[in-house]
Design a protein around this ligand. Structure first.
Ligand code: ATP
Ligand code: MG
Length: 364
């Protein structure tokens, strides 16, 4: 997992506001001093998104988390311009989409974005294949080609064998899978998912989270994922933005959020998360003395994931950082066993570099 800082910026938001209310149109003229929640409430204005600003790196999974009503969906809709922000700039590869005309905006959405909504509606009179193929047919692709692509995607999300069922003949989880497959038909660079799994039972949810991780790793996709579930955020995110009452109060890695929560509210919220589940090996390793031998562990692994290796007898653990591997040691601890998840053969071969080697390898 490359550092956020080492990724090129794919999407950025600058000073984004979304205000609802009878005089929302006049918001731009409002002076700074009149923009507090109290001053706005006096004038019957709701700041659903208040001065949001962040940059998302290419290939990053950026999770927006917050309680119900905190502004997550509104922010997501602003980013895709499904609703017009009241103020601010939203840049895709440096281009402000708020300045785009209708046609280039539609083009951008169709060709480069995929969206899964909180309550997305499948077309009831179309089968699984018909639903997945729909965006491609809208783009003018002929039916056979669109269905062939839809068939591939149905397989990707585990719906093989159910291609000809109608939505009413599918379970909730299967319907969600159709929505996910449909959002991927155009192989989007930007993938927006708004609480896609909130209505599902924990097992299906865990399955689909794993699916999202797999799809994310298959292609370099910039993913913006809304959830109110801390476990889901920790599992999926490179970084998480925490929203409270329309404001982003903290942005950081799951590890940073859990170890250094910015607000009292969030501190109480994360108090129950065991630190070993979020603290990564890269945070605790030290420089090695000389070359190290032994099977590696990933710098991105959590302490909980490598715990059995730490407690087993043996020497230090060798730590690799992605494909541009570096080595370091977890001193005084066990040599690890082979078969570490997520390490490529290339990483193993190139794993003799010293700590401090650049974290350059993008997730591919
Ligand atoms: N069209 C609208 N008109 C007026 N207020 C709105 C409108 N849409 C959203 N809001 C308000 O904006 C705030 C943020 O809503 P939003 O739907 O973004 O929250 P959310 O974080 O996605 O919540 P949830 O987790 O329940 O989906 C809420 O107070 C909501 O009532
Ligand atoms: Mg919402």
């Amino acid at each position: 997992m490359p550092d956020t800082a080492s990724r090129p910026v794919a999407l950025s938001a600058e000073g984004v506001w979304k205000v609802f209310g009878t005089d929302a149109a006049g918001f731009r003229a409002r002076p700074e001093a009149e923009r507090s929640p109290e001053a706005m409430a006096r004038d019957h204005l709701v700041g659903a998104v208040r001065d949001a600003g962040f940059q998302i790196g290419r290939g990053e999974v950026f999770v927006i988390m917050g309680l119900s009503g905190s502004g997550k969906s509104t922010l997501m809709r602003c980013l895709t311009r499904l609703i017009e922000p009241s103020e601010g700039r939203i840049l895709f590869d440096g281009q402000d989409i708020l300045t785009l005309g209708e046609k280039p905006l539609a083009e951008l959405r169709r060709k480069r974005m995929g969206m899964v909504f909180q309550h997305f509606a499948l077309l009831p009179n179309r089968t699984v294949l018909g639903n997945i193929a729909f965006p491609l047919e809208m783009q003018g692709m002929d039916r056979d080609r669109a269905e062939a692509r839809a068939r591939d995607l149905a397989e990707v999300v585990g719906l093989t064998g159910r291609e000809h069922r109608f939505p009413a003949e599918l379970s909730g989880g299967q319907q969600q899978r159709v929505g996910i497959a449909r959002s991927l038909t155009t192989d989007p660079e930007f993938w927006f998912l708004d609480e896609p799994f909130s209505a599902l039972d924990p097992l299906i949810r865990a399955d689909l989270q794993a699916e999202v991780q797999r799809l994310q790793q298959e292609h370099t996709r910039t993913t913006i994922f809304v959830t109110h579930d801390l476990d889901e955020a920790i599992r999926l995110a490179d970084r998480v933005a925490i929203m409270e009452s329309g404001r982003i109060v903290q942005i950081g890695t799951p590890e940073a959020l859990v170890t250094k929560p910015a607000t009292d509210y969030f501190r109480r919220f994360v108090a129950k998360v065991p630190p070993a589940r979020v603290i990564r090996v890269s945070s605790l390793m030290t420089s090695p003395e000389g070359d190290m031998a032994g099977e590696p562990v990933s710098a991105d692994a959590t302490i909980a994931e490598i715990a059995p290796r730490i407690v087993a007898p043996g020497g230090p653990l060798r730590v690799l950082d992605g494909q541009a591997a570096r080595s370091a040691c977890w001193t005084g601890k066990a040599r690890c066993r082979p078969g570490l998840r997520g390490l490529t053969p290339a990483a193993k071969v190139r794993g003799r570099h010293r700590v401090g080697a650049a974290r350059t390898a993008p997730r591919s």
